[in-house]
Design a binder for this molecule. Structure first.
Ligand SMILES: [Zn+2]
Length: 109
């Protein structure tokens, strides 16, 4: 139950989470009306998917570099930097895409 004071202050209304359907306080939800638990799940799922995408992209890039570019010892360090940059960038981009997809599906996992 909520007190009259809370109702007057606003933000104490109970709403249903758009993802899991459980009741949660409106003040604890984000702008998509997802509860805290679902947002936390969404974040961790998206981060995991993002790093997986980054890992796959970096591995593919590394194979391409070794097979096609056949870098000399002198340039190997530069290529390692390129692979790390690709891993990081694709990881970040993959996280954003995964978050968007999961939001669209309305599921946190
Ligand atoms: Zn939820």
């Amino acid at each position: 139950m909520r007190s009259a004071a809370e109702v007057r202050l606003g933000g104490a209304e109970d709403l249903h989470c758009a993802a899991c359907g459980k009741e949660a306080q409106a003040s604890s939800m984000d702008r998509y009306l997802w509860c805290e638990g679902c947002v936390a799940d969404l974040r961790s799922s998206a981060i995991r998917v993002g790093w997986m995408a980054g890992g796959v992209a970096a591995a593919a890039l590394a194979i391409w570099i070794v097979a096609v570019q056949q870098p000399s010892r002198m340039l190997a360090g530069g290529w390692v930097g390129v692979v790390i940059a690709a891993f990081w960038l694709v990881g970040r981009a993959g996280r954003e895409v995964a978050q968007g997809v999961l939001r669209y599906r309305g599921r946190a996992r």
